[in-house]
Design a protein around this ligand. Sequence first.
Ligand code: G6P
Length: 372
Amino acid sequence: SAAEKGGYDYFMLKEIAEQPKAVADTLLGRIDANGSLSLDEIRIPVSVLREVDKVVIVACGTAYHAGMIAKYAIEHWTRIPCETELASEFRYRDPILDSRTLVVAISQSGETMDTLMALRHAREQGAKVLAICNTNGSTIPRESDAVLYTHAGPEVAVASTKAFLTQLVACYLVALYLGQVRGTKWGDEIQAVIRELSEIGTQVDEVLETMEPVRELARSLAEKNTVLFLGRHVGFPVALEGALKLKELAYMHAEGFAAGELKHGPIALIEDDLPVVVVVPSPRGRSVLHDKIVSNIQEIRARGARTIVIAERGDTAVAPYADHLIEIPATPTLLQPLVATVPLQVFACELATARGNEVDQPRNLAKSVTVE
Ligand code: G6P
């Protein structure tokens, strides 16, 4: 009913709007007065976490994209090797696991069969399993050694939005916490990022307030057949997520690529007026990344692409190459997916609407896939 949707036309719109609160709720009570993380709720003893020598993340769909981003954060802040794998691929390749492996299973519903089978396999091999889950008491957390709940609240729309942002928050918390308990050379940076993370809800809110041009752009592309998405570093999984949203909702051919792979194939797809969304890392910090992506944008534009550029506000170096510029607030590099994903959700939702599709219940999809 309209009341359930809080006055929005679709649950998806309501859930997109709820993201600042979902993010804040997921942080609530997890940062103490000194700005350190207090995550005793992760019932794996600190002594065990200190001995972990490998992290393996398993998930499906949108949760898998959260896991891909987590890999960058975990390896950077903890120096523990981390791999992220599709749950449906994981157990069939006889992965190497033992008691010093921490497996992180990410699932909104807590009922995805492939993810459940992956975690069962991991536990049989003696690995410790930490679930990141949005649904209290569901199967995946019940069968794991520990759980960190996301507090997104119930997500109804099939295409995941607020659950994704809270999965990212939970992944950052796990990465920072592992860094904190193990003590790395990034101690100061970890403290600073925890402070920035606690402000991130406000920045997501800022993004939401500036989405009208994105909706307008989406409507103008309703007749297109293909949209490509490019990113580097954590912008790469964001590009994959942008493409997945467009497939799920707009039933359009959408593909995400690592921008560095352009010349190894995807650039052959570029033709006149093809919309290409590019996620641009901050010009501060790792500026090498930024320079590389600016030249990627020049390359595709020279071949006729219509460039839709998501960049940090005030990024004057990239602005001249953007046919459409979508500005997002400045964040630390690793946290950028929390703000960069939001315009892509809005974009896909509006395109679906413009194409007359059912936003909350896309054809052929289920909210939770409980078969293998
Ligand atoms: C389905 C949903 C996706 C979701 C995926 C994983 O395919 O349509 O939105 O990302 O399952 O679901 P989970 O509940 O495990 O996060």
